[in-house]
Design a binder for this molecule. Structure first.
Ligand code: SF4
Length: 345
């Protein structure tokens, strides 16, 4: 039986403490941390600034185990989707997406295996919830992608893959701590976005934390009646409460929030929906991302026509600060979150 402790995912303080518990100096924990996260060296024997007998001891006591890539697919538009197999055989996804206008790369990562929130348009929602990811499983996603494509593999990182990050808040924040650390992955906090479906306590925690990460809200409807149909989580967190928490975040953090609005044909893409959206977000420092629905097998919703998307944006544009229309990406590779894992399952 493998009795080694997997230390992948331990924070700097935890690694220092682990080494001190072994009777060693705390700075060895820092060395170990830097080798693993900054240099992506997982073999203790290659950690050349650590003394030989300590390396041998680390080898006996610890392991550095990461998930493996079970599958990857590249779309004709450059979007690449990765399916990771975790130690217990569960599958999660990450997607590398190229922004059409700037050419910048965004890595979309998962925070849970499956999701309990059951949004009606989402393949992950249909999988149901399995478990929260560990800190190491969250962190492994950007780290493995960097191992494949180098430090410049992505410019931005968003928690918009499988799962609701605010329902795995502590581990997501611990992973972000390592991602942003100068001895860790050194990703600027401002390049990281947590996207939530509107879990109010999480938005408040983020407002009260010292984290400089960006906040996005998956809104998709400007009234609760329609929102409850699309996103059952709206029953627990009505829009007035969500907007109050979002305002708090923008005030405390002095940042603009991003509202994500997926357009569904004939459901939320009319002029009256655009006007209601403008009214809902009035006075909130924000940007709006409009996204045409990415079709999911077996789901009733349809993608709107391009003219309807343009019309919606034109109604919204003069009334709101910043509107971006995003193309759906990776339609030929099941890039919408949960689709690939769903097929494997
Ligand atoms: S959209 Fe996000 S919150 Fe909703 S079911 Fe899918 S993964 Fe969960």
């Amino acid at each position: 039986m493998n009795t080694e402790l997997n230390i992948f995912g331990l924070t700097r303080a935890e690694l220092e403490e682990t080494l001190v518990d072994m009777g060693e100096k705390a700075f060895h924990g820092r060395q170990l941390y830097k080798w693993i996260y900054k240099h992506r060296v997982f073999d203790f024997s290659e950690m050349t600034d650590i003394r030989l007998d300590l390396r041998a001891m680390l080898n006996r006591e610890f392991s550095v185990d990461l998930p493996s890539i079970a599958d990857s697919r590249k779309s004709s538009d450059g979007t690449e989707k990765f399916l990771f197999r975790l130690a217990d055989g569960k599958m999660i996804e990450s997607v590398l997406i190229e922004d059409d206008s700037s050419g910048r790369m965004t890595l979309c990562v998962s925070s849970q295996v499956g999701c309990a929130l059951g949004c009606r348009f989402c393949a992950t929602g249909y999988l149901g919830f399995d478990r929260n990811l560990t800190v190491g499983e969250i962190l492994a996603q950007p780290l493995i992608i960097r191992n494949l494509y180098g430090e410049e593999a992505f410019d931005n990182l968003v928690f918009m893959g499988m799962g609701e990050p605010m329902l795995n808040y502590d581990r997501v924040m611990a992973a972000i701590e390592i991602m942003t650390d100068s001895l860790g992955l050194m990703i600027g906090a401002k390049r990281i976005t947590i996207s939530t479906s509107g879990v109010v306590p999480g938005i408040r925690w983020l407002a009260q934390s010292s984290s400089k990460v960006h906040l996005a809200l998956s809104l998709n409807a400007a009234n609760d009646k329609l929102r409850r149909k699309l996103m059952p989580v709206a029953k627990s967190y009505p829009l007035p409460k969500i907007m109050e928490a979002v305002r708090e975040w923008t005030t405390v953090r002095k940042r603009r929030v991003t509202f994500e609005y997926i357009l569904f044909k004939g459901i939320n893409d009319g002029d009256e929906n655009a006007l209601a959206l403008a009214e809902l977000i009035r006075g909130i420092p924000c940007k709006i991302n409009l996204l045409a629905y990415n079709l999911v097998d077996g789901v009733e919703y349809q993608r709107p026509d391009d003219e309807d998307i343009d019309r919606f944006a034109r109604v919204l544009y003069p009334r709101t600060p910043a509107v971006t229309v995003r193309k759906s990406r990776g339609g030929d590779i099941d890039a919408a979150c949960g689709q690939l894992a769903g097929r494997k399952k």
